[in-house]
Design a protein around this ligand. Structure first.
Ligand code: ADP
Ligand code: TZD
Length: 582
């Protein structure tokens, strides 16, 4: 661009292109303007060449920038923001290594069907494309493609508006996912007339258009349910994401069908709802004859819909926005393709009074099994275990959360995750975030930060000690932004358990971590409050005090190193060698 321009220095000594009469804009400004016209309020990221000024311009123009210590956690935060708000969460990364750190989170977002956009600066195309060795050289667009729902690169400043618009639409329309947007340094620093720049911006109209299912697909599904003897509704995180809480609840309550929420769908209806079959999971999976999946895939987490976990004779209804999901694991007798909000409206409209009635024998069987399992769990939770085990520690947490139902819950680990799933009830939708479809360690602090930033509510992160290590440095981020996040580290001194003995060398065994670690002292370094808790009483008191303070805190909960199992509930998937003698 030949337009007259002036270089000014920012407070940090970086250069910024401006013009006395404002007639020239640049790629940084256009990117922020393009995000602003589409309602973006927050960005999560790590700065460096060439995107540092992008964060500054964002702040200058009113987008909140949350700076992380590592891109993966920032990416997980953006993904969680997407899940919680239904708008794409934005993650900002630098070239090559920062981009790759963020890419792990982008791939995870795509796997979880969370809308997210990773915006990454990149180095000089003319050097990258001939592999002449640039600073942080990488063909990022092609590297991102296999891991993203869509990937785009902007090569001219006048295309920034289109690039951002395409990224937003790709992230939230249809099945949501992670989108990569590549912004080479040359485009960020390039300039163009302000008027033309403003005219190039695109405000996306109706980014996730309603997809109304075909009426006959809804009728087919209702007909199946009307003839069922033992119907079941499974609510997945797609149902939580759709924000169709009232329509889903009406359908469930008007039909009386028992429902089973997956981990992140918990709270869509409260866990103490009389139709919840959560505590009779094996029974309903094994005996249901018609199963209605709402925003849940029949993947490994639902045993692929296969017998013996599920009845071989069961018929499935699947409500999902993605037609290709149907029949992926088991034939779907009644596919209902559409967005869940539209689909549930159609279901409620199609339902005639009394058309679906659940037989008393099915309700009674679920009620009896629930009572039996709840009694068994009470006994486990009530045991007097010293040192604490997962159940007794979680009982203390459950009792505190019972009086703080607005708290967002993040959890990761193996045993920590599995025990917490059943022990900590949820009462509100989209208040629970965990390792998700891939079972990822390292989501904890990023998810907790996003939950606090997006909601303004208190957050509790319950972390296995190994899991915490993946993103633990972000407690500095939590302290820097004064976020009301309380982290409880379940310290049993190991990946899974902490009592493995190395029979072969003097080194610690592969699963061993330091049980003597005082994770509580880490947060003190950043001005947060640390607590050490060795009994359920101490844990309960510390958690109550931490939540009451509304300030960053970390509780080191000392758990028996012998507690739990290797791989938690996934022990049967834990391939083992014939050649180990112990
Ligand atoms: P869970 O892990 O809770 O079982 P999954 O992630 O396996 O849930 O499944 C979520 C499903 O929800 C995906 O198949 C996705 O296509 C679908 N989905 C996400 N958002 C919507 C929506 N708004 N409407 C319909 N389906 C959706
Ligand atoms: N790396 C990543 C990114 N994700 C993973 N899931 C793993 C490694 C493997 N892994 C698990 O599947 S659980 C886990 C690891 C390392 C940690 C389990 O130990 P923990 O939890 O201390 O976090 P518990 O509660 O003590 O079992």
């Amino acid at each position: 661009m030949e337009a007259e321009q002036e270089l000014t220095l920012t407070s940090d000594g970086a250069t910024m292109v401006t013009h006395p009469d404002g007639s020239v804009t640049d790629g940084f400004t256009l990117t922020v303007d393009a995000l602003l016209v589409n309602g973006v309020e927050t960005m999560y990221g790590v700065v460096g060449i060439p995107i540092t000024d992008l964060a500054r311009v964002a702040q200058a123009k009113g987008i909140r920038y949350i700076g992380f210590r590592q891109e993966q956690a920032a990416g997980h935060a953006a993904a969680a923001a997407g899940f919680l708000t239904g708008k794409p969460g934005i993650c900002l990364t630098v070239s090559a290594p920062g981009f790759l750190n963020g890419l792990a989170a982008l791939a995870d977002a795509t796997t979880n069907c969370f809308p997210m956009i990773q915006i990454s600066g990149s180095s000089e195309r003319s050097i990258i494309d001939l592999q002449r060795g640039d600073y942080e050289e990488l063909d990022q667009l092609n590297a991102a493609k296999p891991f993203a729902k869509a990937a785009y690169r902007v090569d001219r400043p006048q295309d920034i508006g289109v690039g951002v618009a395409r990224a937003i639409r790709a992230a939230v329309s249809g099945r949501p996912g992670g989108v990569y947007l590549d912004l080479p340094a040359a485009v960020l620093r390039d300039t163009m007339p302000t008027d033309a720049g403003q005219a190039s911006l695109v405000q996306v109209v109706d980014p996730a258009p309603a997809q109304i299912p075909a009426p006959e697909s809804v009728r087919r599904a209702v007909d199946l349910l009307a003839h069922a003897e033992r119907p079941l509704i499974v609510l997945g995180k797609g149902a939580a994401y759709s924000q169709a809480d009232q329509a889903i609840r009406s359908f469930i309550e008007n039909t009386g069908i028992p429902f089973l929420p997956t981990s992140m769908a918990k709270g869509l209806l409260p866990d103490n709802h009389p139709q919840s079959a959560a505590a009779a999971r094996s029974l309903v999976l094994g005996q249901a004859d018609v199963v209605m999946l709402i925003g849940a895939r029949l993947n490994w987490q639902l045993a692929h819909g296969q017998s013996p976990r599920w009845s071989a004779a069961a018929k499935f209804i699947q409500v999902d926005v993605d037609p290709v999901e149907m029949d992926s694991n088991r034939p779907i007798a009644a596919p209902v393709v559409g967005d869940i909000a539209s689909a549930m409206t159609e279901f409620n409209r199609a339902l005639r009074p009394g058309q679906i009635a659940v037989r008393p024998a099915w309700r009674d069987a679920i009620r009896d099994r629930t009572a039996h399992n709840v009694a068994k769990m009470q006994a486990r939770l009530g045991a007097d275990a010293t040192p604490m085990n997962f159940s007794t520690a979680l009982r203390a947490i459950r009792d505190v959360l019972d009086g703080n139902r607005e708290v967002y819950l993040v959890k990761e680990g193996a045993n920590t995750l599995d025990f917490a799933r059943d022990t900590l009830p949820m009462y509100l939708p989209r208040h629970r975030l965990d390792s998700g479809t891939w079972g990822v360690m390292g989501v904890g602090m990023g998810y907790a930060i996003a939950a606090a930033v997006e909601s303004g509510s208190p957050v509790l992160a319950v972390e296995g000690d190994s899991a915490f290590g993946f993103s633990g440095m972000e407690i500095e981020t939590i302290c820097r932004y004064h976020l009301p996040v309380v982290t409880v580290v379940f310290n049993n001194g190991g990946v899974y358990k902490g009592d493995e003995v190395n029979h072969y060398t003097a080194d610690p065994a592969p699963t061993v971590l330091m049980h003597s670690s005082r994770y509580d002292k880490l947060i003190a370094a950043f001005g947060g409050t640390g607590y050490q808790a060795e009994t359920p009483d101490e844990l309960g008191h510390a958690l109550r005090a931490a939540l009451d303070s509304g300030k960053p805190a970390l509780i080191n909960a000392v758990i028996d190193p012998a507690a739990g199992t290797e791989s938690g509930h996934l022990a049967s998937m834990n391939t083992s060698s014939l050649h180990l003698t112990h």
